[in-house]
Design a protein around this ligand. Sequence first.
Ligand code: 2M8
Ligand code: MG
Length: 265
Amino acid sequence: YIVFTDLDGTLVDHDTYSYEAALPAINLLKEKGIPLVFCTSKTRAEIEVYVDELNTGHPFISENGGAIFIPHAYFDVDYVSSRSTEKYDIIELGTDYNLLRNVLLNIAASEDLSITGFGDMTNEGVSQDTGLDLESACLAKQREYDEAFKMDGDEKDAETLINKIQANGLNYTRGGRYWHIIGENDKGKAVNILTQIYRKQYGNVRTIGLGDSQNDYPMLKVVDIAFLVQKHNGKHDPKITDTKITKVEGIGPVGWNMAISELLK
Ligand code: 2M8
Ligand code: MG
């Protein structure tokens, strides 16, 4: 098995950002040597905090499939990467953040939409809006492939926004709190690429995916076993109706813990 998981609202609680309720199942994965791969809207800088705390040491996927970060020498087999840093080989699938920001600002101005992105907000602003502490808010602003934003508006504004994003050759998705403007990437494409590398290395591994929101749907569609946990309101995302996706009773990390413990028992 390989486990691909969303963070916000799935492995970590929507409000407290704690994974405490999922620790029994996280430890079970460690015991069994099953890779835990984070696949989230969060930035590289944010994810590294979780990687360090949970000592996963595995590859991870940032910013809604914007990039795959593979620690050097993690795989023996070859794969094509876009660039390398001291720590990682990076497979980039996303579009440059500055380009995304420019398009978003232009759309807001030309359509008179009230849009506020992380790039418009201070660390304090992001912290107040998300409930992240100041340090984490600062890491969330270090964006490379995805702009998270909110919009004050009605259904018609949403429709205008979507049309304009697509007319610019870009895409959007939605997380627990925010809209996201992205390029050609999504979580499913990134999971597919990383799964292929795992299969090249280990043969036919089975993939598990866990998520809570619309931005997880592409990932949940491509894994062998998919779980949808309840959102903080105690409901499953109403937009996700695929019957191959198992709806878990339990909000965020509580549902996560149940799903993984049950599956591996
Ligand atoms: C943003 O992501 C969440 C994911 O569901 C959202 O869209 O509501 C991201 O930009 C991420 O970087 C940040 O940590 C998170 C905080 O809630 O918000
Ligand atoms: Mg989520």
